[in-house]
Write a protein that binds this ligand. Structure first.
Ligand SMILES: [Zn+2]
Length: 490
């Protein structure tokens, strides 16, 4: 590969831009015609790559040294900003992480980055860059000063317009989800979450129906109503439908997301440090599923998908549901409440039972459901389990590995269901001291009549400290995984 640079012909502003809607902080992904040396360059090269002399002696010499070194990534500062060098013989995830490193140490002045390398290498680096560019700074007085100045990432025409649009849409969906997760309950209650999902519907051509409290009452969704009892804010139940006219699935795929917009634990109150203080993130499953169906619609996947989002906060208000209560759920099952902090399964159970009316071919839920899942495998993967066909699990696992949103499948033996039997009702909402993520899954399975996968995203949905392109706070975990799974769905 010989990389040459053009001094004479500058870019003339005829960029192809793929951002459909103006999103102020979204970086544009564009095609370039010719490389312009004044821009900040990222050069992905192998041992045989020769740089054009026009680039300047210093950079050419630096590159030669870099080629001989064991370093996978390096950069040189120049008058016009830095030039970054990346070795091409790296895994997709290594390239994404390098993309994030470049964003982290990018100079304030850089407004545009130009990538040079093979199509797939450019894409992986651009993916890391655009995901790492996310900021949640709206509450700072000087947000403008904190804002990343980068406006565009330019890729060669070897990268197809379709791939650029897909990456841009992916970032939009992930950013939307991160914004919702990072938004505190003071600014995002159940009604506001439903409103935000409705806006997605308008933009991407999905139908959105928001059921309000009176409708939820007439449907007798006892689980959702019980959790909402201690709250002043009303619950919502949002139904999103996306159907491609040539959908390959005759029966829909139903996605269910836990929308606990804030979880105090209720009367079984949580401690504050390291627990209640991040509980605005307890609707990350809702953000994940709304983001996933939004992305599927933007990308016009040939599928029929429905997303169900039950939402409320969980508080120890005056009339809050109490340990010992028996609740009659939407499907008539009675549940003895033994811990009001196990509220996610109460609202999910109603949504899962509601999914039965569609006779889906597959039901997947995503929920920040248990501390047990987080303790078992940390933040590096989602815990998955269920009764769907092994083939579907294999496809999900493979899809996750490709985008580095990995899954770990846990056992789902019926033995575990014995732990959620109650002495006075059909079920209790708490299992024994061990394997809490599995007993929670068995509780949920009781309500679903279709092939089912439960995703406990309590680990990867939230990061206390910044981590490469996943950022700090809400990560949007699950969207890239599920979109990749749905894209290849047969
Ligand atoms: Zn809880």
């Amino acid at each position: 590969m010989v990389i040459s640079f053009c001094f004479v012909k500058f870019l003339n502003g005829t960029f192809v831009t793929f951002v459909l809607q103006i999103v102020s902080k979204m970086i544009r992904l564009e095609h370039y015609d010719e490389v312009q040396v004044q821009l900040t360059l990222v050069i992905i090269s192998d041992k045989k790559t020769k740089l054009d002399k026009n680039l300047g002696e210093e950079i050419v010499l630096f590159h030669k040294k870099f080629q001989k070194s064991d370093d996978k990534f390096d950069f040189i500062k120049g008058l016009n900003g830095s030039t970054y060098f990346v070795k091409s013989d790296q895994q997709a995830e290594e390239l994404r992480v390098i993309g994030a490193k470049i964003i982290a140490q990018l100079s304030k002045e850089a407004k545009s980055l130009t990538l040079i390398g093979s199509a797939s290498e450019q894409l992986f680096i651009a993916e890391g860059m655009i995901l790492a560019s996310y900021q949640f700074i709206k509450y700072f007085k000087d947000a403008d000063k904190k804002k990343l100045n980068l406006e565009s990432i330019c890729l060669s025409k070897d990268v197809s317009a379709k791939k650029l649009a897909e990456l841009s849409d992916t970032a939009k969906a992930v950013f939307w989800a991160r914004d919702r997760v990072n938004e505190p309950v003071s600014h995002l209650n159940a009604g506001q979450l439903a409103e935000a999902i409705s806006e997605l519907g308008n933009e991407a051509g999905m139908t959105v129906q928001v059921l309000e409290k009176t409708q939820i009452e007439s449907l007798k969704m006892g689980g959702l109503l019980a959790v909402n009892k201690g709250s002043i804010d009303q619950p919502t139940f949002t139904i999103v439908e996306y159907k491609h006219e040539k959908a390959i699935n005759k029966k829909p795929i139903v996605l269910v997301g836990k929308g606990v917009v804030y979880d105090t634990g209720g009367l079984s109150l949580k401690p504050t440090p390291g627990s209640m203080d991040v509980m605005k993130s307890d609707m990350a499953g809702a953000a994940c599923m709304a983001g996933t169906i939004y992305l599927a619609a933007l990308q016009k996947l040939k599928l029929h998908i429905i997303a169900l989002i039950p939402a409320t906060d969980n508080r120890p208000g005056l009339n809050a549901y109490a340990p010992g209560d028996v609740i009659t759920m939407y499907d008539g099952t009675t549940v003895e409440v033994l811990n009001t902090d196990a509220e996610g399964r109460m609202i999910l159970a109603d949504a899962l039972a509601y999914s039965n009316k569609y006779k889906p071919e597959l039901v997947i839920d995503a929920a920040t459901l248990t501390g047990a899942a987080l303790r078992a495998i940390g933040t590096k993967a989602s815990v998955i389990m269920g009764n769907a066909d092994d083939k579907v699990f294999d496809q999900l696992e493979k899809a996750g590995n490709e985008v580095h949103e990995r899954t770990v499948r846990f056992p789902f033996w019926d033995d575990y269901a014995a732990e959620i039997k109650s002495s006075i009702a059909d079920l209790k909402n708490l299992g024994g001291p061990n394997a809490g993520m599995i007993t929670a899954g068995k509780f949920l399975e009781h309500f679903v009549k279709s092939p089912y996968i439960h995703m406990d995203i309590a680990g990867p949905a939230w990061l206390d400290a910044k981590e490469d392109y996943k950022g700090q706070g809400g990560t949007g975990a699950g969207i890239r995984l599920l979109f990749n799974f749905l894209k290849k769905y047969k």
